[in-house]
Design a protein around this ligand. Structure first.
Ligand SMILES: Nc1ncnc2c1ncn2[C@@H]1O[C@H](COP(=O)(O)OP(=O)(O)OP(=O)(O)O)[C@@H](O)[C@H]1O
Ligand SMILES: Nc1ncnc2c1ncn2[C@@H]1O[C@H](COP(=O)(O)OP(=O)(O)OP(=O)(O)O)[C@@H](O)[C@H]1O
Ligand SMILES: [Mg+2]
Ligand SMILES: [Mg+2]
Lengths: 222, 222
């Protein structure tokens, strides 16, 4: 992933919010990055652009050498489904679906047969410690359990790139370590991981670090 | 706040989840407590019972010496409105209302005149660093900004007791310290604060600590 001079401006009537003011970096395939920075500095905005969920206002973004701005919405949607796993800051679980159905959702969209989907959903639920919760709905889970369901969903398609926005924000230390060990083993298997976190102990699990402030990158540590 | 042998069982068809298995403690007026524990250990469940948002399955809860189980829903609602400020783990902001309207919502329910409500909402928005966001909707805010709006709403009525579920879960270190300094100053002014957190640095701001695991209290540190 290589991005150059990315800007993002949100326009709301008269007002403009400059969420990103020109950020550039190169994230090598198979590397593990932590993005840190103050609240409102643009971390989630950057992650959504890297994850092809949103387009920058200006600047270039090359994903696997390909210019993402040249792709239409369908092509972006296809890339997201086949190569990216996204853990959202507010989880975005579907309230009407069970834990198992939520985790299996991207597999369903990929056209994976029902039985294999269900098997994989159960496997990943177990990996994040939710094996006994398959039939529960999100409203019946604690905050940290919902977060883990969101992590399981992002991993179920075995994506090449994992983008995680505060994946341990609602987890106690011991459970956070379990999730980080999971990420570390995925990284050893060749995945690219870009993780937003505000906790230094969590950022320490990554190889590289990017720090943001007010829509700009203030530090890059390789 | 004094509770004894509190249990909470969630029944979902055939299944029963024992969220609380008998917890007891005494939280003196004007004290500052941190509740820690593993994901799913019952922290949010305990907080919602202390905050009169939910009733225990069994056990007693005395709030200001009064047995809460003897009160009907209207009386509980009245206590919540007049004495308690609650920061939810998932914020629970109203999507259709602006930041200012969200913060002012409890004041509106208390019957405070519009102009005074708006003035106080602006004051608390400034206190949490959202002074420039009054007209924005929650979907236009970052995760940490939404969290701060939820904190401002809990404080706007100047409640005697503040119950906060992971109030800094989405905040960077510097902003977390600002929120903790705010809580510390409220505590110095005599407020009772009960805060769920998984971060030891945040728990360190409290005077006392309660640790939970699997629906039980495993440790009480005075
Ligand atoms: N409405 C509900 N229906 C069924 N079970 C529930 C419900 N709410 C919570 N639970 C269960 O009760 C237990 C305690 O949940 P609680 O939300 O209190 O945990 P917690 O300590 O706050 O966890 P976390 O740190 O992950 O937020 C969990 O096992 C959870 O799945
Ligand atoms: N849909 C939107 N409309 C308008 N402004 C937005 C929108 N989404 C984000 N913003 C603004 O863009 C800026 C960056 O937001 P972003 O969510 O990327 O921050 P962040 O670094 O993730 O913050 P946090 O650590 O609090 O989650 C913030 O000032 C935010 O209010
Ligand atoms: Mg964010
Ligand atoms: Mg909780």
């Amino acid at each position: 992933m290589e991005f150059k001079d990315l800007t993002k401006v949100y326009e709301m009537g008269e007002e403009r919010v400059h969420a990103l003011r020109g950020v550039s970096a190169r994230i090598e395939r198979g590397s593990f990055w932590a993005i840190m920075g103050s609240s409102g500095s643009g971390k989630s905005t950057l992650l959504s652009i890297l994850g092809c969920l949103d387009r920058p206002t200006s600047g270039t973004y090359l994903l696997g050498g390909e210019d993402v701005s040249a792709l239409d919405d369908d092509a972006l949607s296809d890339i997201r489904l086949r190569h990216l796993g996204f853990v959202f800051q507010s989880f975005n679980l579907v309230p009407q679906l069970t834990v198992a159905e939520n985790i299996a959702l991207p597999l369903y969209y990929q056209g994976v047969p029902e039985r294999e989907s269900a098997r994989r959903a159960e496997e990943f639920a177990n990996v994040v410690g939710l094996g006994k919760r398959l039939g529960h709905k999100p409203s019946q889970l604690s905050g940290g359990q919902q977060q883990r369901a969101a992590v399981a969903r992002a991993l179920a398609t075995d994506p090449t790139v994992i983008l995680a926005d505060e994946p341990t924000g609602n987890l106690d230390t011991a459970t956070s370590v379990e999730i980080m060990e999971l990420f570390a083993s995925l990284h050893r298997r060749g995945k690219t991981i870009v993780m937003v976190t505000h906790e230094p102990d969590i950022a320490a699990w990554a190889q590289h670090r990017l720090v943001m402030r007010d829509g700009l990158v203030t530090e890059v540590r390789q």
